[in-house]
Design a protein around this ligand. Sequence first.
Ligand code: FES
Ligand SMILES: [Fe+2]
Length: 428
Amino acid sequence: MSQEPLVTKPASGHWSDDYPELGRGPVSFEDCVSEEFYEKEREHVFKKSWLYVGRIEQLPEKGSYFTREFAFAETSVLLVRGKDDVVRAFHNICPHRGNKLVWKDDPFQETEGRAPVLFCRFHGWRYNLDGSLIAPTRKDLLLDFEADQCQVPKIQCEVWEGFIFINLNPKNTETVRDFLGELAHGIEGYPFAGPHQVYKFKAELQCNWKIFMDGFAESYHGPYLHAASFGNLSAAAKTALESPNPFTDALAYQLKGKHRMFSFAGEPSKKSDYSKPIECVMEAGATGPWNKRNNLGPMPAGLNPTRSPSYGFDSFQFFPNFVIIFGASGFTTHAHWPTGPHSHIIEVDMYFRPPTSHKERLGQELTVTFLNDIILEDASPLEGMQAMLNSRAVKEFHLNDEEILVRHLHKTVADLVREGEQGGGVEK
Ligand code: FES
Ligand SMILES: [Fe+2]
């Protein structure tokens, strides 16, 4: 990693000086309330953006597959590793008569497995792993039938650094790497590849997806909302309510196109005056087992962009709904899937190196327990917040300089919806 800082704070001390297009005034959250806006968002944001759907390790062998149920698109998506090792995505539908092609006990539950061909249980038609028809049953009964017109419908699919993305817009011409842009290029080379020890967390919440994204776009709320988890650290921070807070003010914010990141100071990544006794015993905290970053090898240039010695972790929000957080000994992904204007599913996957000792394994469990608690704390106000946003008692909200990423997400969504409505400019 170069020692030159990639980012420095503006001399004024205000991040918003670097991004005047975002403004500093009040912001409307009508985009989290309006059912009409949600319909536009589905069309112009989710159906036209590259979307992260899973890791390459979920398709370990030829014929491996998994499905994703996407309410926002009213479709089920099938991801398959072909005999040629190419990862492909399909709408999970049989072109004979529309049966859902791959499912197990419940057609609305996601599933995974391995199969040599795609088999439709309704009338027994079989398809190759590339979606082409192998053979219909009772071909003698098919009249005016052309086999090459009968394929499982493809969805654009690309893999970046082991992350599998789909794009539901058949007219899309942008690669996923170009879409993700400069922030993603800066973290290429990170040891994303397995083997991993993975811990998963998934829940549906009665709040708009952007509200939860916003909660992970600033740390200003840390000493207040997370007072229970960060105990002493929170108490110390709160003694200086009017002062810059080294525990919660970001080291850096970067906005690049539709995407954004922030970099955070590192006390949770190592022993500190605020470490709890159990953390000292297990040598692990909320961002992972301590001081393991060096075990991962050299880090890519885009991490720790201020080159701060007190660096702790970086959080990258790739538009629209995919977050990668780099901690002391691994990375965590968040994906937020709208299920309605006022509800969404959050998926959290935590990736660690396989532990090499019992202590390390227990340290990971401690971290996962902390993270689950912290995420529950983050979630705890959101359903009430959604209910009050729905009241429209307040129309505009008062964001501060540490909430600049919140401005950016809502403006980016609004811009895309407006451009989509005007009929252009949405692919970029
Ligand atoms: S619907 Fe699939 S074989 Fe008939
Ligand atoms: Fe939080």
